[in-house]
Design a protein around this ligand. Structure first.
Ligand code: UD1
Ligand code: CA
Length: 477
């Protein structure tokens, strides 16, 4: 009989627990906000790190919070399954890890420690570290070589590839400081040996902190050294401690995302002037022109031209649409649509196939039917517009009476003359025509002409009379 081994017989590989350190003050940022909530593209740094540990297959994800804890918790609110552990007193990276393993009861399996300020980390890199650590008694850590190692801990690596100890910049002798092998702050420990020795850390150093980096020497002395693994892409391990480094990290992430988009068939006139968030999708043969930002859950189809000077957030664009100098938030733009220059599409704006929102046009919570056009200087809000409608320049749906919002309905094939005010709630039937300059306060039936305009007065022969009066001069007082 062929019996599969029961789970009790097979040693089950425990998924690694991730600990993300995010409690520090971040003083070098000179900010009133937590360092790890500063954004790289449209995402707080700490969320990039959460994505990376999740991609590496970590089971539990613990984030150590402390300084500006509420802000960090809020930044993580949409991340499912992330547990925050409070480090009340910031006594150093070693203390932070101790608080996490003891506070969250981490007793077995691999423990992956990363910093919340290293947003460029890749999931594959972390997975490879966890894999390599599995065959080492003391686990493993990542190193990188920087020509200018200023600010990083220096890793003293023995001939056998094991790390002997890490010296922080502030504690380093000139000879140690000359070492260019830097500590990435990314470690994979075994939970049991980490817990066995973490209590031995002391604050005897320049910063009077419990350094996590000292675990390397403690484990080596205990006969269970950590392996140092050099990461080929040193940029990936860059820690962000200052605004300049934040800008560098943003540029690196932008380069990474834009290269992938170009590889997938997206054209960019100048990729250094296009910023695309990690969840955005862009179809083939779409061109992204300079000063364009695509953020949130934005999707753009094929053969579109987006930009210049365009920002789309949580917006869905179909195929062959042109969005020139457009700002769109929570909008839907179907196929063959033309927007801008200077269009503003607000939440709930839906431009159906072949429609147009032209120059200085704002549309909110409204559907613009197939082939309908709002070409110039208009506001359309809370409106259901049918197909083939033409809205003349300067027309406005007056949707707000100072207290409540009301809807406007415009049927198929309606022609609205320029400078028309449609005072909602109001409805204009299919095929109706509204004369220019009208203030429409009552429903217009299908096929009707509505005109609301005071009668024009014309005085023939006005000019010679006016000149004659002027020559006589003003009557003497
Ligand atoms: C740390 C490492 C250094 C490494 C560098 C990599 C130590 C002592 N030094 O230095 O060797 O080269 O990262 O980027 O570990 N944090 C807490 N609680 C604390 C202190 C810090 O959660 O009590 C968090 C911070 O929020 C930050 C991370 O730990 O996300 C690292 O702290 P930071 O002060 O940035 O350390 P570095 O000086 O960069
Ligand atoms: Ca740092």
């Amino acid at each position: 009989m062929n019996v599969a081994p029961s789970s009790a017989d097979t040693p089950r590989a425990t998924a690694a627990t991730a600990i993300i350190l995010a409690a520090g003050e971040g003083t070098r940022m000179k900010s009133s906000h937590a360092k790890v909530v500063h954004q790289v593209l449209d995402r707080p740094m700490v969320r990039w790190v959460v994505d990376a540990v999740r991609a590496a297959g970590c089971g539990r994800i613990l984030v150590v919070v402390g300084s500006h804890a509420d802000e960090v918790r809020a930044a993580l609110a949409q991340e499912p399954g992330v547990e925050c552990v409070e480090q009340e007193r910031r006594l150093g990276t070693g203390h932070a890890v101790r608080v996490a393993v003891e506070g969250a009861g981490v007793t077995e399996g691999p423990v992956l420690v990363v910093c919340g300020d290293t947003p460029l980390l890749r999931g594959e890199t972390l997975a490879a570290l966890v894999g390599a650590a599995a065959t080492e008694p003391g686990g493993a850590l990542l190193t990188m070589t920087y020509a200018d190692p200023t600010g990083y801990g220096r890793v003293m690596v023995g001939a056998d590839g094991h790390a002997a100890r890490i010296v922080e910049q502030k504690d380093a002798t000139p000879a140690e400081a000359a070492c260019t092998t830097c500590n990435a702050g990314v470690y994979c420990f075994d939970a049991a040996s980490l817990r066995a020795h973490i209590g031995e850390l002391t604050q005897e150093n320049a910063q009077h902190e419990f350094y996590l980096t000292d675990m390397v020497q403690l484990l080596a002395r205990a006969g269970t050294p950590m392996r140092a693994i050099e990461c080929p892409d040193a940029d990936e391990l860059m820690g962000v401690n200052s605004r300049s480094q934040l800008a560098r990290a943003t540029r690196a992430m932008q380069g990474r995302i834009n290269a992938a988009l170009m590889d997938a068939g997206v054209t960019m006139l100048d990729p250094s002037q296009v910023w695309v968030g990690p969840d955005v999708r862009v179809g083939r043969d779409t061109t992204l022109l300079p000063l364009t930002m695509l953020y949130g859950a934005t999707t753009v189809g094929s053969d579109c031209v987006i930009g210049p000077n365009t920002r789309l957030t949580d917006t869905v664009v179909g195929d062959r649409s042109v969005l020139d100098e457009t700002v769109a938030i929570g909008a839907t733009v179907d196929d063959d649509v033309s927007c801008g220059p200077r269009a503003y599409l607000r939440p709930g704006a839906h431009l159906m196939d072949g429609s147009k929102a032209g120059t200085h046009v704002e549309i909110k919570n409204s559907t613009i039917g197939r082939g309908s056009k709002v070409p110039h200087l208009s506001y359309i809000g809370d409106t259901q517009m049918g197909e083939g409608v033409n809205i003349g320049a300067g027309s406005i749906t007056c949707n707000y009476d100072g207290r409540d919002k009301h809807r406007t309905t415009i049927g198929d094939g309606v022609f609205v003359g320029s400078d028309t005010m449609m005072v909602a709630p109001v409805s204009i039937g299919d095929g109706a025509t509204v004369g220019a300059g009208s203030v429409i306060t009552r429903d217009v039936p299908a096929g009707a002409l509505a005109l609301e305009r005071s009668e024009q007065r014309t005085v023939p022969g006005w000019l010679p009379r006016w000149k004659r009066d002027a020559q006589k001069g003003a009557p003497e007082a």
